[in-house]
Design a protein around this ligand. Structure first.
Ligand SMILES: O=C(O)CCC(=O)C(=O)O
Length: 300
């Protein structure tokens, strides 16, 4: 990464690298996306815009129940070629550290004129250790980085990826007006991106989301969700973290819930799973939050 890119990445939380893909490569990937759309691999859903006025629109378009790395015939090949593309490898080594890996995705973001946006998410506060950005000893480090390959143009102001500049370093919670873009105070930008450009962003550390699509042409972007080797975000860690899978059933079967909690593997939902976090009760007993939390009945 040259000093200019490094400065922009560190300052803003995202980076657009222009013209990485040739016209031939764009055409090959679009052939795969045509196949996906024509074979009914795209679902529509409500909800991305929440109650926002700015983000509202028609239903969102997502690829559901298909993995772009596992399509019939040779359709996956042009997508697989992006996984460890030379133009992203040396940048990701600087951004995430050596040994970065695909955590989840690739995700196909498809939009037609009028498609609604997605409320902004990810932030510096509260701290998310698995996706956070920091630098030390002259090196930068980010737990989660997404690379978005753009197969069609996203003109500035026309919709698509949007982000609050510098939010990966923010010490304060995101205001509602930024989350729903109804009153962002100028903090949110939707950068111009062209077909063939690769966009990197600090997924989870930087506040980001999607502006509604205003263009006559389709949005076609494929998002690869990378993580540093030592971060676990989503993806297969959902299936692998239970202690009886991460270790062995016979090792953990006799354990208390608290003991099992510390035998769980790196997981994506440590905040929302009360069986994973521990509390020391006043009497000195160590219990999981699931055991400690008052039951719905006794709370009344
Ligand atoms: O539209 C985009 O590129 C942003 C997508 C997004 O917010 C996400 O994948 O978390």
């Amino acid at each position: 990464m040259d000093p200019r890119e490094r400065y922009f990445w560190d300052l803003t939380g995202h980076l657009v690298v222009p013209s990485v893909l040739s016209k031939t490569e764009i055409a090959e990937i679009n052939r795969t996306l045509d196949y996906l759309i024509d074979s009914g691999g795209i679902g529509e859903e409500d909800g991305g815009a929440g109650s926002s006025t700015f983000l509202k629109g028609e239903r969102n378009r997502w690829a559901h129940g298909v993995n772009l790395l596992d399509l019939p015939g040779d359709y996956s090949n042009p997508v697989r070629d992006l996984l460890a593309h030379p133009e992203i490898v040396y940048r990701l080594k600087t951004m995430c550290g050596s040994g970065f890996r695909l955590d989840h995705g690739p995700q196909f973001n498809n939009a037609v004129k009028g498609s609604q946006g997605l409320t902004l998410h990810g932030q510096g506060a509260p701290h998310g250790p698995h996706v956070a950005y920091h630098h030390q000893a002259g090196e930068m480090y980010c737990g989660g980085v997404t690379v978005t390959w753009n197969l069609t143009d996203c003109p500035a102001g026309g919709g698509g990826f949007a982000a609050a500049i510098g939010s990966h370093k923010s010490d304060f919670p995101m205001p509602l007006g930024v989350r729903n873009c109804d009153d962002d105070g100028g903090a949110v930008v939707q950068p111009e991106v062209k077909a063939g450009d690769a966009l990197f962003f600090m997924d989870g550390a930087q506040t980001h989301g999607t502006h509604p699509w205003q263009n006559d042409h389709e949005r076609r972007s494929i998002l690869f969700k990378y993580a540093s080797r030592t971060s676990a975000r989503s993806g297969v860690s959902r299936q692998l973290y239970p202690p009886n899978i991460y270790w062995d059933a016979n090792i953990v079967e006799e354990m208390t819930p608290a003991q099992r909690a510390v035998m769980a593997g790196p997981g994506w939902n440590f905040r929302s799973d009360p069986t994973l976090s521990l509390t020391v009760e006043e009497d000195g007993r160590v219990v999981t939050d699931a055991e400690s939390a008052p039951s719905a009945e006794s709370a009344h």
